[in-house]
Design a protein around this ligand. Structure first.
Ligand SMILES: NC(=O)c1ccc[n+]([C@@H]2O[C@H](COP(=O)([O-])OP(=O)(O)OC[C@H]3O[C@@H](n4cnc5c(N)ncnc54)[C@H](OP(=O)(O)O)[C@@H]3O)[C@@H](O)[C@H]2O)c1
Length: 253
């Protein structure tokens, strides 16, 4: 199926590692030009960009910065416009960094840090894109990367992360309700257990613990997530509005 993404411009926050990298890869394979935001490890970001330019024949720029900060949001936007003159897609992937503690031990500073990384930055990115698209009288696509803990509380001692992802789920729905009339599509994905270097590295304790819980007997790959994200950005997904697609591999059944 041709997803019609050739020549589109996509921003992927945290797009050089893990699920973000999977999204970058699939969008590039579909012919989209990329703006990959990364926070640390510039060598890795440049390596990913070079690889995608060479293998997919698309253009890729990288923009360093913490995507939860207003100045980074402005920088990502400005660099994208400077390079491509337009933006079609935002994948709000950056996030994570939950604090696993009993609720009574969680400090207010920790609570704010997790919310900052998992909902405040996403709010800023969405607002920037919506202002831009509405100002031009044109549409676009936003995909928010949520998490299953916002629909099932099996992530014990992870209250700040679950709360932030729950807020992101609600933002996805309420925003879709408000901006679909402008041709702006807002959806999300709900990853389950995805094999990434940080979270479920093959052979790690967490990997070994979680493997028996997976109905398919396998972890999802970042590319599995990228495939759903790319579909959500396509005209074929025109009836998917405010949807957060369950990509949890049957682990919620
Ligand atoms: N893996 C899973 O099973 C799973 C399940 C549910 C939801 N998720 C969600 O999926 C998204 C990606 O997670 P992942 O597992 O792929 O994590 P990952 O392997 O750690 O990759 C996340 C990337 O995003 C970057 N990042 C995080 N916060 C950022 C920020 N504020 N600004 C810029 N970059 C930032 C990280 O940068 P650094 O390298 O500097 O840390 C890292 O490169 C997150 O929103 C997470 O909550 C993951």
């Amino acid at each position: 199926m041709d997803l019609g993404l050739k020549g589109k411009v996509a921003i992927i926050t945290g797009g050089a590692k893990g699920i973000g990298r999977g999204c970058s890869e699939i969008l590039a394979q579909e012919g989209a030009n990329l703006v990959i935001n990364y926070r640390s490890d510039p060598e890795n970001a440049e390596k990913v960009a070079k690889e995608l330019r060479e293998t997919c024949g698309v253009e890729v720029i990288t923009v360093q910065g913490d995507a939860s900060l207003p100045e980074t949001v402005d920088k990502i936007f400005d660099e994208a416009i400077k390079k491509y003159g337009t933006i079609d897609i935002l994948v709000n992937n950056a996030g994570g960094g939950g604090v696993k503690k009993n609720f009574e031990d969680l400090t207010y500073e920790e609570w704010k840090r997790v919310l900052n990384n998992n909902i405040n930055g996403q709010f800023l990115m969405c607002r920037k894109m919506i202002e831009y698209w509405k100002g031009l009288g044109r549409g676009g696509h936003i995909v928010n990367v949520v998490a299953k803990c916002c629909v099932i509380s099996n992530s014990i001692n992870n209250q700040a992360y679950a709360s932030a992802k729950g807020a992101l789920l609600s933002l996805t729905r309420s925003l879709a309700n408000e901006v679909t009339k402008y041709g702006i599509y807002v959806n999300g994905i709900n990853p389950g257990y995805v094999m990434t270097e940080r979270v479920h590295r093959p052979g790690s304790e967490r990997y070994i613990q979680k493997l028996p819980l997976l109905p398919t007997g396998e972890f999802a790959t970042p590319q599995d997530m990228g495939n759903v994200v790319a579909f959500l950005c396509s005209p074929q997904a025109c009836q998917m509005i405010g949807t957060v697609v369950d990509c949890t591999g049957g682990t919620l059944l």
